[in-house]
Design a binder for this molecule. Sequence first.
Ligand code: UTP
Length: 225
Amino acid sequence: MKIVFSIGGSILAPEGVDGDYVGKVSSFLSGISEGNEVAVVVGGGRPAREKISVARAKGASWAECDHVGILATRENARVLADALGDLAVEAIPESIHEAASLFGDRILVMGGTEPGHSTDAVACLLADWVKADLFVNASNVDAVYDKNPWENDDAKPLEEISVDDLIVLLEGEGMNAGEYPLLDHVALKVIKRSSIRTLVLDGRDLGNMRSAIEGRPFKGTSVVS
Ligand code: UTP
């Protein structure tokens, strides 16, 4: 299978980069890469958000702030690629085109590409380009909920949701640098137009993530077209 993961900065770099998680997820990816072609796009986490808010306070435009965020995601990607060593492609691609050309035997690791969207969008665009069988959105959100779980105690996790319903559910969420919701507009558009098989799950539970990829029951949400 061709699998593209988006690993949220929320779990890779909740404060700074979490070395313990980097070690665990590297072993996980090493196992998954046996028999599969794998790419991993990583988010920026707290380092990105801090740098973006300093830039914004100093008068930077949103696009400049995005660029600051992109550089932070690429630093995180470098850390993960180094942890994977020879299993990973050495270069950290800076465009989808470059990433697609390097996708294959080794695990491809990258961060952001250009301003205006999230690393989830980068992962979806790459999944689209290489005709991936599966896109896995792995973050600190363990499922899609019927309403915002941070604001509603009675929010219920959904095992399945259509991409159209997800678009409606996430409408009106943030669009600024460092503020993207579960999946941003670009990611949702690409999932919809190319009917990309998508799973939303907690990326810290690596046993659950393996079950999901192997088609066994898992905790999380399948986004269906
Ligand atoms: P993300 O929003 O993707 O990372 O990128 P995050 O904040 O860690 O979120 P999760 O946990 O992965 O969901 C950080 C910021 O970098 C900029 C955006 O400003 C984004 O909010 N960025 C990232 C871009 O502008 N373009 C990209 O291709 C990627």
